[in-house]
Design a protein around this ligand. Structure first.
Ligand code: 3HC
Length: 283
Protein backbone atom coordinates (compact mmCIF):
# COMPACT_ATOMS: atom_id res chain seq x y z
CA UNK A 1 0.00 0.00 0.00
CA UNK A 2 1.16 3.54 -0.73
CA UNK A 3 0.34 6.17 1.86
CA UNK A 4 -1.29 9.23 0.31
CA UNK A 5 -2.99 11.14 3.11
CA UNK A 6 -1.77 11.99 6.59
CA UNK A 7 -3.32 12.78 9.95
CA UNK A 8 -1.35 14.14 12.89
CA UNK A 9 -2.80 14.13 16.40
CA UNK A 10 -1.28 16.60 18.84
CA UNK A 11 -0.11 20.00 17.62
CA UNK A 12 2.74 20.51 20.12
CA UNK A 13 6.46 20.79 19.35
CA UNK A 14 6.71 17.39 17.66
CA UNK A 15 3.24 17.29 16.12
CA UNK A 16 3.52 20.58 14.25
CA UNK A 17 6.99 19.62 13.01
CA UNK A 18 5.69 16.26 11.75
CA UNK A 19 2.76 17.99 10.01
CA UNK A 20 5.18 20.43 8.36
CA UNK A 21 7.51 17.66 7.19
CA UNK A 22 4.69 15.74 5.46
CA UNK A 23 3.05 18.86 4.02
CA UNK A 24 6.37 20.12 2.63
CA UNK A 25 6.69 16.84 0.72
CA UNK A 26 3.26 17.34 -0.88
CA UNK A 27 1.02 15.29 1.41
CA UNK A 28 -2.37 16.55 2.52
CA UNK A 29 -2.27 16.72 6.33
CA UNK A 30 -5.12 16.97 8.84
CA UNK A 31 -3.69 18.28 12.12
CA UNK A 32 -5.90 17.59 15.09
CA UNK A 33 -5.68 18.97 18.61
CA UNK A 34 -8.20 19.52 21.38
CA UNK A 35 -8.11 23.33 21.35
CA UNK A 36 -8.10 25.96 18.62
CA UNK A 37 -5.49 27.89 20.66
CA UNK A 38 -3.06 24.97 20.37
CA UNK A 39 -3.77 24.72 16.65
CA UNK A 40 -3.28 28.46 16.10
CA UNK A 41 0.02 28.31 17.97
CA UNK A 42 1.10 25.29 15.90
CA UNK A 43 0.27 26.96 12.58
CA UNK A 44 2.25 30.02 13.77
CA UNK A 45 5.24 27.78 14.54
CA UNK A 46 5.04 26.12 11.11
CA UNK A 47 4.84 29.53 9.46
CA UNK A 48 7.88 30.71 11.45
CA UNK A 49 9.87 27.64 10.46
CA UNK A 50 8.94 28.05 6.78
CA UNK A 51 9.73 31.81 6.87
CA UNK A 52 13.18 30.91 8.14
CA UNK A 53 13.72 28.58 5.17
CA UNK A 54 12.38 31.20 2.73
CA UNK A 55 14.73 33.85 4.15
CA UNK A 56 17.65 31.47 3.70
CA UNK A 57 16.57 30.83 0.11
CA UNK A 58 16.16 27.05 0.52
CA UNK A 59 12.38 27.24 0.01
CA UNK A 60 10.52 29.50 -2.45
CA UNK A 61 7.86 31.76 -0.91
CA UNK A 62 5.17 30.13 -3.06
CA UNK A 63 6.18 26.64 -1.92
CA UNK A 64 6.02 27.74 1.72
CA UNK A 65 2.47 29.04 1.19
CA UNK A 66 1.51 25.78 -0.55
CA UNK A 67 2.95 23.77 2.36
CA UNK A 68 0.89 25.75 4.86
CA UNK A 69 -2.23 25.36 2.72
CA UNK A 70 -1.84 21.56 2.75
CA UNK A 71 -2.23 21.49 6.55
CA UNK A 72 -5.85 21.54 7.73
CA UNK A 73 -6.10 22.23 11.47
CA UNK A 74 -9.13 20.81 13.25
CA UNK A 75 -10.47 19.87 16.66
CA UNK A 76 -12.77 17.26 15.11
CA UNK A 77 -11.41 13.71 15.30
CA UNK A 78 -13.79 12.52 12.58
CA UNK A 79 -11.75 14.58 10.08
CA UNK A 80 -9.15 11.80 10.41
CA UNK A 81 -11.50 9.03 9.26
CA UNK A 82 -10.21 8.88 5.68
CA UNK A 83 -6.48 9.15 6.42
CA UNK A 84 -4.02 6.44 5.32
CA UNK A 85 -1.46 7.19 8.04
CA UNK A 86 -2.18 8.84 11.38
CA UNK A 87 0.79 9.85 13.51
CA UNK A 88 0.09 10.68 17.12
CA UNK A 89 2.34 13.00 19.11
CA UNK A 90 0.25 13.55 22.23
CA UNK A 91 1.04 13.31 25.94
CA UNK A 92 3.28 10.36 26.89
CA UNK A 93 0.60 8.40 28.77
CA UNK A 94 -0.43 4.92 27.71
CA UNK A 95 -4.04 5.39 28.88
CA UNK A 96 -4.47 8.61 26.84
CA UNK A 97 -2.87 7.11 23.72
CA UNK A 98 -4.95 3.94 24.12
CA UNK A 99 -8.13 6.04 24.30
CA UNK A 100 -7.19 7.79 21.05
CA UNK A 101 -6.53 4.45 19.35
CA UNK A 102 -9.98 3.27 20.40
CA UNK A 103 -11.59 6.44 19.03
CA UNK A 104 -9.78 5.93 15.72
CA UNK A 105 -10.68 2.24 15.59
CA UNK A 106 -14.31 3.33 15.63
CA UNK A 107 -14.04 5.75 12.70
CA UNK A 108 -11.15 4.68 10.45
CA UNK A 109 -11.19 2.17 7.63
CA UNK A 110 -9.12 -0.93 6.92
CA UNK A 111 -6.29 1.01 5.27
CA UNK A 112 -5.45 3.29 8.17
CA UNK A 113 -2.06 2.83 9.80
CA UNK A 114 -1.61 4.19 13.32
CA UNK A 115 1.90 5.40 14.08
CA UNK A 116 3.02 6.70 17.44
CA UNK A 117 5.83 9.21 17.90
CA UNK A 118 6.28 7.97 21.46
CA UNK A 119 9.75 8.21 22.95
CA UNK A 120 9.00 6.08 25.97
CA UNK A 121 6.00 3.79 25.60
CA UNK A 122 6.24 0.20 24.38
CA UNK A 123 4.69 -0.10 20.93
CA UNK A 124 3.72 -3.68 21.70
CA UNK A 125 1.72 -2.53 24.76
CA UNK A 126 0.14 0.25 22.74
CA UNK A 127 -0.80 -2.08 19.87
CA UNK A 128 -2.50 -4.39 22.36
CA UNK A 129 -5.11 -1.63 22.90
CA UNK A 130 -6.05 -1.55 19.22
CA UNK A 131 -8.70 -3.64 17.51
CA UNK A 132 -6.13 -3.86 14.67
CA UNK A 133 -2.78 -4.33 16.42
CA UNK A 134 -1.09 -5.29 13.16
CA UNK A 135 -1.58 -1.72 11.92
CA UNK A 136 0.22 -0.06 14.85
CA UNK A 137 3.86 1.01 14.55
CA UNK A 138 6.33 3.54 16.00
CA UNK A 139 7.63 6.49 13.98
CA UNK A 140 9.98 8.36 16.28
CA UNK A 141 10.94 11.77 14.94
CA UNK A 142 13.62 14.09 16.32
CA UNK A 143 13.43 17.71 17.36
CA UNK A 144 13.50 20.03 15.41
CA UNK A 145 11.60 17.76 13.02
CA UNK A 146 12.03 19.92 9.88
CA UNK A 147 15.82 19.68 10.30
CA UNK A 148 16.62 16.26 11.75
CA UNK A 149 17.06 13.50 9.17
CA UNK A 150 16.35 10.41 11.26
CA UNK A 151 13.07 8.63 11.89
CA UNK A 152 13.35 5.53 14.09
CA UNK A 153 10.88 2.91 12.90
CA UNK A 154 9.79 0.62 15.72
CA UNK A 155 7.71 -2.43 15.01
CA UNK A 156 5.44 -3.72 17.73
CA UNK A 157 5.48 -7.49 18.09
CA UNK A 158 2.13 -7.43 16.28
CA UNK A 159 3.01 -5.05 13.39
CA UNK A 160 2.32 -6.54 9.97
CA UNK A 161 4.98 -6.43 7.24
CA UNK A 162 2.96 -4.27 4.82
CA UNK A 163 2.56 -1.63 7.53
CA UNK A 164 6.31 -1.40 8.15
CA UNK A 165 6.97 -1.26 4.40
CA UNK A 166 4.41 1.52 3.82
CA UNK A 167 5.76 3.61 6.70
CA UNK A 168 9.38 3.18 5.59
CA UNK A 169 8.40 4.35 2.11
CA UNK A 170 6.52 7.40 3.44
CA UNK A 171 9.43 8.40 5.72
CA UNK A 172 11.82 8.23 2.77
CA UNK A 173 9.41 10.26 0.61
CA UNK A 174 9.52 13.16 3.08
CA UNK A 175 13.31 13.18 2.82
CA UNK A 176 14.02 11.44 6.12
CA UNK A 177 16.34 8.50 6.67
CA UNK A 178 14.31 5.81 8.40
CA UNK A 179 16.18 3.26 10.51
CA UNK A 180 14.68 0.27 12.28
CA UNK A 181 15.01 -0.09 16.04
CA UNK A 182 13.61 -2.80 18.30
CA UNK A 183 10.79 -2.12 20.73
CA UNK A 184 12.98 -1.66 23.81
CA UNK A 185 13.06 1.21 26.35
CA UNK A 186 14.53 4.34 24.72
CA UNK A 187 14.93 2.50 21.39
CA UNK A 188 18.44 3.43 20.15
CA UNK A 189 18.89 7.21 20.11
CA UNK A 190 17.28 8.12 23.42
CA UNK A 191 19.01 5.18 25.16
CA UNK A 192 22.33 6.79 24.23
CA UNK A 193 21.50 10.50 24.17
CA UNK A 194 19.29 11.04 27.21
CA UNK A 195 21.62 9.41 29.82
CA UNK A 196 24.34 11.73 28.46
CA UNK A 197 22.07 14.75 29.06
CA UNK A 198 21.16 13.42 32.52
CA UNK A 199 24.86 13.09 33.38
CA UNK A 200 25.36 16.72 32.36
CA UNK A 201 22.70 17.69 34.92
CA UNK A 202 24.66 15.75 37.59
CA UNK A 203 27.83 17.57 36.51
CA UNK A 204 26.02 20.89 36.90
CA UNK A 205 24.51 19.95 40.29
CA UNK A 206 27.94 18.87 41.54
CA UNK A 207 29.30 22.30 40.59
CA UNK A 208 32.00 20.98 38.25
CA UNK A 209 31.40 23.87 35.84
CA UNK A 210 28.75 26.44 34.98
CA UNK A 211 25.88 25.56 32.64
CA UNK A 212 27.42 27.81 29.97
CA UNK A 213 30.81 26.13 30.31
CA UNK A 214 29.45 22.56 30.34
CA UNK A 215 27.75 23.30 27.03
CA UNK A 216 30.74 25.15 25.61
CA UNK A 217 33.04 22.24 26.53
CA UNK A 218 30.92 19.68 24.70
CA UNK A 219 30.70 21.93 21.65
CA UNK A 220 34.42 22.72 21.62
CA UNK A 221 35.72 19.39 22.84
CA UNK A 222 33.37 16.93 21.18
CA UNK A 223 32.13 18.93 18.20
CA UNK A 224 28.49 18.69 19.25
CA UNK A 225 26.27 21.29 17.51
CA UNK A 226 24.68 22.22 20.83
CA UNK A 227 25.57 21.49 24.46
CA UNK A 228 23.68 18.91 26.57
CA UNK A 229 21.86 21.47 28.73
CA UNK A 230 20.68 23.57 25.78
CA UNK A 231 19.62 20.30 24.17
CA UNK A 232 17.63 19.40 27.30
CA UNK A 233 15.92 22.79 27.01
CA UNK A 234 15.14 22.11 23.34
CA UNK A 235 13.74 18.62 23.99
CA UNK A 236 11.86 19.64 27.15
CA UNK A 237 13.00 18.70 30.66
CA UNK A 238 9.77 16.80 31.29
CA UNK A 239 10.48 14.65 28.22
CA UNK A 240 14.07 14.04 29.35
CA UNK A 241 12.85 12.98 32.81
CA UNK A 242 10.18 10.77 31.29
CA UNK A 243 12.76 8.96 29.14
CA UNK A 244 15.07 8.41 32.16
CA UNK A 245 12.15 7.03 34.18
CA UNK A 246 11.36 4.72 31.26
CA UNK A 247 14.96 3.47 31.13
CA UNK A 248 14.95 2.73 34.89
CA UNK A 249 11.60 0.93 34.58
CA UNK A 250 12.64 -0.92 31.43
CA UNK A 251 16.04 -2.20 32.57
CA UNK A 252 15.80 -1.98 36.37
CA UNK A 253 19.37 -0.68 36.32
CA UNK A 254 20.22 2.18 38.72
CA UNK A 255 22.76 3.56 36.23
CA UNK A 256 19.78 5.28 34.58
CA UNK A 257 18.65 7.11 37.76
CA UNK A 258 17.44 10.63 36.89
CA UNK A 259 19.31 13.55 38.44
CA UNK A 260 17.41 14.98 41.45
CA UNK A 261 18.02 18.46 40.02
CA UNK A 262 16.28 17.45 36.79
CA UNK A 263 13.30 16.18 38.79
CA UNK A 264 13.17 19.39 40.82
CA UNK A 265 13.26 21.60 37.76
CA UNK A 266 10.38 19.68 36.21
CA UNK A 267 8.45 20.04 39.48
CA UNK A 268 9.10 23.80 39.30
CA UNK A 269 7.66 23.93 35.79
CA UNK A 270 11.04 24.90 34.35
CA UNK A 271 10.71 22.76 31.26
CA UNK A 272 13.09 24.52 28.87
CA UNK A 273 12.26 26.50 25.75
CA UNK A 274 8.55 25.73 25.84
CA UNK A 275 8.12 27.31 29.30
CA UNK A 276 10.66 30.10 28.75
CA UNK A 277 13.06 28.78 31.40
CA UNK A 278 15.17 25.68 31.80
CA UNK A 279 18.92 25.61 32.25
CA UNK A 280 18.87 28.85 30.25
CA UNK A 281 16.19 31.50 29.79
CA UNK A 282 14.33 32.29 26.58
CA UNK A 283 12.62 35.51 25.47
N1 3HC B 1 12.68 24.86 11.19
C1 3HC B 1 13.42 25.01 10.07
N2 3HC B 1 14.77 25.13 10.08
C2 3HC B 1 15.39 25.13 11.26
C3 3HC B 1 14.68 25.00 12.49
C4 3HC B 1 13.27 24.85 12.41
N3 3HC B 1 12.51 24.69 13.51
N4 3HC B 1 15.57 25.01 13.50
C5 3HC B 1 16.80 25.15 12.94
N5 3HC B 1 16.69 25.23 11.59
C6 3HC B 1 17.76 25.29 10.61
C7 3HC B 1 18.36 26.65 10.47
O1 3HC B 1 17.66 27.42 9.53
C8 3HC B 1 19.79 26.34 10.01
O2 3HC B 1 19.87 25.99 8.64
P1 3HC B 1 21.26 26.09 7.79
O3 3HC B 1 22.30 25.27 8.49
O4 3HC B 1 20.89 25.54 6.44
O5 3HC B 1 21.58 27.55 7.80
C9 3HC B 1 20.12 25.08 10.77
O6 3HC B 1 18.86 24.48 11.10
C10 3HC B 1 20.93 25.41 11.97
O7 3HC B 1 20.18 26.34 12.79
P2 3HC B 1 20.82 27.54 13.59
O8 3HC B 1 21.98 28.10 12.83
O9 3HC B 1 19.73 28.49 13.99
O10 3HC B 1 21.30 26.94 14.96
P3 3HC B 1 22.23 25.71 15.21
O11 3HC B 1 23.38 25.70 14.31
O12 3HC B 1 22.46 25.64 16.68
O13 3HC B 1 21.30 24.48 14.83
C11 3HC B 1 19.97 22.71 15.57
C12 3HC B 1 20.10 24.22 15.46
C13 3HC B 1 19.69 22.13 14.21
C14 3HC B 1 18.78 22.47 16.49
C15 3HC B 1 21.30 22.14 16.14
O14 3HC B 1 21.62 22.81 17.31
C16 3HC B 1 21.22 20.67 16.42
O15 3HC B 1 21.32 19.85 15.53
N6 3HC B 1 21.06 20.32 17.71
C17 3HC B 1 20.91 18.94 18.12
C18 3HC B 1 19.47 18.55 17.98
C19 3HC B 1 19.22 17.16 18.49
O16 3HC B 1 20.09 16.45 18.97
N7 3HC B 1 17.97 16.74 18.39
C20 3HC B 1 17.54 15.46 18.86
C21 3HC B 1 16.88 15.61 20.19
S1 3HC B 1 16.32 14.05 20.80
C22 3HC B 1 14.73 13.95 20.29
O17 3HC B 1 14.19 14.83 19.70
C23 3HC B 1 14.00 12.69 20.63
C24 3HC B 1 12.97 12.89 21.69
O18 3HC B 1 12.24 11.69 21.83
C25 3HC B 1 13.56 13.26 23.02
Amino acid sequence: MTIETIGVIGAGTMGNGIAQAFAAAGYSVVLRDLSTEALDKAMGTVRGSLDRLVKKGTVAAGDAEATLARISPTTDISALADRDLIVEAIVERLDVKAAVIKELDAICGERTIFASNTSSISLTSLAAHSAHPGRVIGMHFFNPVPVMALVEIIRALQTEDWVAEAVLEAAAKIGKQPKAAKDSAGFVVNRLLVPYINEAVYVLAEGLATAEDIDAMMKLGANHPIGPLALADLIGLDVVLNVMDTLVDGFGDPKYRPSPLLRQMVAAGWLGRKSGRGFFTYG
